[in-house]
Design a binder for this molecule. Structure first.
Ligand SMILES: [Zn+2]
Ligand SMILES: [Zn+2]
Length: 212
């Protein structure tokens, strides 16, 4: 872990601060209305990041406040990369992020995107998803207490199981076996519900085709 885990009390305090921060901005409503279509779709598919149901904009503000507390800055480029990942709602490859950046800033060079990703990784705001070589937003943008990642190997859908006891028990067993984890992430490979349904549908389609 790169970040010290805050105690439960601090965690509650952080959550309150984030809420207070949101209320302090009278213009948030306008932002939310503006972002609604976008954020809504995201929440439906992957409502698991930070303050469940928070809009894209308030998630970004939370990340900004978190960086400020750490004495770091969520620069416009870093913020944009985080925003692209939040909007995608699933694990996304670096080159897709670069493509999207180039649509906004035509001159974007790969190192710009990689440096932003490195910063977001070291801040604990995103995860490197090793099984599919992609990046995804952490479920917990304000405290960055990582859970256990379950990654759909077909579509990049990521769910972060927020089970601190399960995680601790697993880490304890790993250490008892004489190992330490070589990264922050505990990543499990899976196939998401949507992809299972698609598999089912195409298997049935093939069966029907064979019968006709
Ligand atoms: Zn995480
Ligand atoms: Zn999937």
């Amino acid at each position: 872990m790169k970040t010290a885990k805050p105690s439960q009390d601090t965690a509650a305090l952080h959550a309150n601060n984030a809420a207070a921060h949101d209320h302090a901005h009278a213009h948030d409503d306008a932002h939310e209305a503006h972002d609604h279509g976008h954020a809504h779709g995201h929440d439906h598919a992957h409502g698991h990041f930070a303050a469940g149901g928070a809009s894209l904009e308030s998630a970004l503000e939370m990340a900004e406040a978190y960086c400020r507390e750490r004495g770091e800055k969520l620069t416009p480029i870093r913020r944009k990369v985080l925003e692209l990942l939040l909007a995608s709602g699933r694990a996304t490859k670096a080159y897709s992020l670069l493509d999207e950046m180039r649509q906004i800033h035509p001159g974007s060079a790969p190192p710009t995107v990689y440096r932003a990703l490195d910063f977001l990784l070291s801040a604990g705001l995103i995860h490197r998803i090793e099984s599919i070589n992609a990046f995804a937003v952490c479920h917990d943008l304000t405290q960055c207490q990582h859970g256990i990642l379950v990654v759909c190997q077909q579509c990049g859908n990521v769910t972060e199981l927020d089970e601190p006891k399960l995680r601790q028990a697993l880490v304890a067993q790993i250490e008892a076996a004489g190992y330490r984890l070589s990264g922050d992430g505990i990543e499990l490979k899976g196939v998401c519900a949507q992809c299972q349904a698609n598999e089912q549908a195409s298997a049935e389609g093939a069966k029907a085709a064979a019968h006709s």
